[in-house]
Design a protein around this ligand. Structure first.
Ligand SMILES: [Zn+2]
Length: 319
């Protein structure tokens, strides 16, 4: 349940919604314990066990670094630090208010997940404001000999930071550099990668610019929250390929008024073609079902916002 990935750096499978190799929390053991993206509240007991299994004391968690506030990454921060008054939570400046007061975030999540929200992620406790430190673009957090540098990384969300460990060259990408679908999650013969959107704020051109910027950092490994490590060239390539395909797909529709269903169908068709091209033509798409739904929702949301910004009369309020 906990595996070393780089020097003093391990990943703990937090078994999101009981699914193995779906979501991992990263742990750095130097000058106490640092956690990057602890995951949902429901997985916090797993994280704590994992830290113990690594021979460390969960009571010695001194820092929690959050890539962004979505519940599968940071829903459990409040639960984790409830008994750790000396721990500091570091995040993107736009994320700080959501951690202190998760009300609006929960509303948004409920709109996406409905009644399943609690069951999937557990309760979301606020983080005491005095434990939160907003870190600007290029800011550093020291964790013993590890220097964690935060990069503003819009695209998936406007409050997303990506974290480079300057000691190991590990890049904690949250949802900025796609999802690596691990065989332990899909049951497929090899890993597969796609970008991941968010329903309300996905911005494909911003994501492409973020990918260019992060790739230039020369990381030695991309450490995905979902799930495991990728060689950087691979992770950047599959994420870029998917985002470019999404944009082409919208172009192909031209000026037509779209429905969410149109977008979902076209996206699934592309994913099937891509799987075929990657030598995974025979696999069952089911493990990706929920993600493909959310990806299509994100892409559809982007299309609508873009259309509204262009002042199209067909896209008035309520459309
Ligand atoms: Zn995520």
């Amino acid at each position: 349940m906990a595996d070393w990935v780089l020097e003093e750096t391990a990943v703990v499978d937090v078994l999101e919604a009981d699914r193995p190799h779906r979501t991992g929390a990263y742990v750095i053991l130097d000058d106490g314990v640092t956690v990057v993206d602890p995951g949902a509240a429901r997985g916090i007991p797993r994280l704590v066990e994992g830290i113990r299994a690594l021979g460390a004391d969960p009571g010695d968690i001194r820092r929690v670094v959050v890539t962004h506030v979505h519940l599968d990454h940071a829903g459990g921060v409040g639960t984790l630090v409830r008994d750790l008054p000396r721990a500091t939570v570091f995040c993107h400046p736009r994320a700080a208010a959501h951690l202190a007061d998760p009300g609006r975030l929960l509303e948004g999540a409920r709109a996406v997940y409905g009644e399943r929200l609690e069951r999937l992620f557990g309760a979301v406790l606020p983080v005491p404001a005095w434990q939160i430190r907003a870190v600007e673009d290029l800011g550093r957090v020291a964790a013993g000999r590890h220097a964690l540098r935060l990069f503003d990384s819009p695209g998936h969300a406007r409050h997303h930071a990506t974290v480079l460990d300057e000691r190991t060259g590990g890049l904690f990408t949250g949802d900025a550099v796609g999802i690596r679908y691990d065989p332990g999650f899909t049951g497929w013969p090899k890993a597969y990668g796609l970008p991941t959107t968010s329903p309300s704020a996905f911005d494909p051109p911003a994501m492409l610019a973020t990918l260019d910027r992060l790739e230039r950092l020369g990381a030695v490994a991309v450490l995905h929250t979902h799930f495991g490590a990728s060689p950087p060239a691979e992770a950047f390539a599959f994420t870029r390929r998917g985002v470019e395909a999404m944009l082409r797909l919208l172009d192909r529709f031209g000026d037509r008024a779209l429905t969410e269903r149109d977008v979902r169908r076209a996206w699934e068709d592309w994913v099937r073609e891509d799987l075929e091209a990657q030598g995974l033509g025979d696999v069952d798409l089911d493990p990706l079902g929920e993600d493909l739904r959310l990806d299509a929702l994100g892409l559809y949301g982007y299309w609508r916002r873009r259309r509204e910004a262009a002042g199209s009369p067909a896209a008035g309020p309520g459309s």
